[in-house]
Design a protein around this ligand. Structure first.
Ligand SMILES: *Cc1c(COP(=O)(O)O)cnc(C)c1O
Length: 228
């Protein structure tokens, strides 16, 4: 087993536990999604051997290659990269979750292409929460109608929202967009949608995300080291 990766995993899990305590979140309420983009299958296998089960990938071809190599392990795969229409079939067939759905048309394709046997594909709608920072993500004004339409699709299960805010180094400034994402989620819940997931927080803004209600933190660099 790769002890350096196991130590990094335990350090990240400790960071999550500390943030839960500091911000009065119930212990265990924030799950870790290990983001393995650009990392070899062996590094993912090492984290799996140390107990990590949920992995996120951004690039479809790279992901499918690694998933085939690691098929003997019981891992849960989350697609977190931009989704073009020509990728929906492979995502619907191979992943448990897609976090980066930002158009109804993409959701409709994922539902139509999800095979009958696995459970429905878990979905987070990606919101463009800091408008200047990204061309990806739904405009918050479009969210209520899209969320209602997605929640009605038969082979999807809408779980919540995801965002990648503009980078900032100040905790208060980092919390602000996450608080807005949580408010959007709470409005949908008040309208009757059963949502339980806020996919927010990366290596540099994990504590701010936990403070504002993250339930699924997507961490790459703190686990695997800097990307090349
Ligand atoms: C790369 C990536 C992450 C992880 O970022 P780190 O800063 O390396 O922790 C999380 N979410 C998405 C969508 C990513 O592309």
């Amino acid at each position: 087993m790769n002890t350096e990766l196991a130590e990094r995993l335990h350090a990240v899990l400790a960071r999550i536990r500390d943030a839960e305590r500091r911000f009065q979140r119930p212990p265990g309420s924030v799950r870790l999604l290990a983001v393995g983009k650009t990392r070899p299958a062996a590094a993912i296998a090492a984290l799996a051997a140390a107990g990590q089960r949920c992995f996120g990938e951004n690039y479809l071809q790279e992901a499918l290659t690694k998933m085939a190599e690691l098929a003997a392990l019981d891992l849960e795969w989350h697609f977190i990269g931009p989704i073009q229409a020509n990728k929906t079939r492979a995502i619907a067939e191979s992943f448990s979750w897609a976090h980066s759905v930002d158009r109804l048309k993409i959701a409709e394709r994922l539902s139509a292409q999800r095979p009958a046997r696995p459970p429905p594909l878990n979905i987070c709608l990606q919101i463009n929460i800091s408008r200047e920072s990204s061309k990806h993500g739904l405009d918050p004004a479009e969210l209520p109608a899209v969320a209602r339409a997605v929640s009605a699709l038969p082979r999807l299960r809408l779980r919540g929202l995801m965002a990648i805010p503009a980078p900032s180094t100040d905790l208060a400034a980092q919390r602000e967009p996450f608080a807005r994402l949580r408010a959007l989620q709470e409005r949908l819940i008040a309208e009757g949608l059963l949502l339980d997931t806020l996919s927010m927080g990366m290596t540099d803004d994990l504590e701010a995300a936990v403070a504002e209600g993250s339930t699924l933190a997507r961490i790459g660099t703190a686990l695997f080291g800097p990307r090349a």
